[in-house]
Design a protein around this ligand. Structure first.
Ligand SMILES: CC(C)(COP(=O)(O)OP(=O)(O)OC[C@H]1O[C@@H](n2cnc3c(N)ncnc32)[C@H](O)[C@@H]1OP(=O)(O)O)[C@@H](O)C(=O)NCCC(=O)NCCS
Length: 255
């Protein structure tokens, strides 16, 4: 199933849809102040621990954007949402009322972009990375990737390797984040496709090909110079990928 790239802005997840919102993490002082007013006391304490002002602002903006988006989907005031952490640190949102379906989301940020995935009933994992030169690519790939992935990567022409490296990296991170167990999953215990142009998919999970077929991986084209991926355990679902938006536009959108 294809990712719909020019999805109309909507805060209603219909059926099996997964909505993906990439946001440019930049804002004027007044925008940062507006997002700051949405954070919980714990989040404000966390914001205060950042030593560098640019990192503090990025945290405030991306956490504030997460609250605004979840609040819009759940029709709840963003500042009243109770964000909770799973056992390995995967964030979730507490929802009043037993029996209401779990609202699932995941978050990633890199190089000034935060990206958020939302589903009404399916655990999702999302990852974005700014594509950049890596001096020790061979060492990192050998350490983190499966043997087959490393071989695939270094069989590519040198000018394709940087992109392929980050396609592989984001796909693996998206899987680990969908499962929610962080790096307790050995990253070399599963294999993804990584060749530019080749469809994103799992080749095996824990060396089991049939398990891999129960999962879906999407390549997300968010902005040039970035690699991004979405993973979940289900047959392919309709994915509504929003165009990259600015923080101020996001505030205006939700009023
Ligand atoms: C936290 C982790 C899940 C991803 O971290 P990351 O890629 O460095 O950072 P990202 O920006 O993509 O993701 C961070 C977000 O993931 C979410 N997250 C944290 N723990 C998570 C978990 N167990 N499961 C799912 N999501 C998680 C949080 O929302 C966090 O954002 P926040 O701190 O603003 O709330 C973890 O896997 C990690 O530290 N990875 C290290 C990177 C690595 O070794 N990668 C090898 C790839 S081959």
């Amino acid at each position: 199933m294809k990712v719909s790239q020019k999805a109309a802005k909507s805060f209603k997840v219909i059926g099996r849809e997964i909505h993906v919102w990439p946001v440019s993490v930049w804002g004027s002082d007044s925008v940062v102040t507006r997002f700051e007013s949405l954070l919980s006391p714990d989040e404000l304490t966390r914001a205060a621990t950042f030593r560098f002002e640019n990192l503090r602002r990025s945290f405030v903006l991306s956490r504030g954007a997460l609250r605004v988006l979840i609040g819009s989907f759940l029709q709840a005031p963003p500042e009243k949402l109770l964000l909770i952490l799973g056992s390995h640190g995967k964030p979730g949102v507490a929802q009043p009322g037993a029996g209401s379906p779990a609202f699932e989301f995941n978050v990633s940020h890199s190089g000034g972009i935060a990206i958020f995935a939302f589903s009404s009933d399916c655990a999702v994992g999302i990852d974005i990375e700014q594509i950049r030169p890596l001096e020790d690519m061979r060492k990192v790939a050998t350490h983190f990737f499966s043997r087959e992935e490393s071989e695939d990567l270094f069989s590519l022409p040198p000018d394709e390797r940087e992109r392929a490296f980050f396609l592989c990296w984001t796909r693996k991170e998206a899987y680990v984040k969908a499962v929610g167990e962080g790096l307790s999953i050995p990253l070399d215990s599963f294999q993804v496709t990584l060749r530019p142009g080749e469809p994103a998919r799992f080749l095996h999970l824990n060396h089991d090909v049939s398990l891999a077929q129960a999962w879906t991986l999407h390549n997300l084209e968010v902005a040039s110079g970035y690699a991004a991926a979405l993973a979940y355990r289900d047959a392919p679902r309709p994915v509504r990928l929003q165009p990259l938006i600015e923080m101020e536009e996001l505030l205006n959108l939700v009023g």
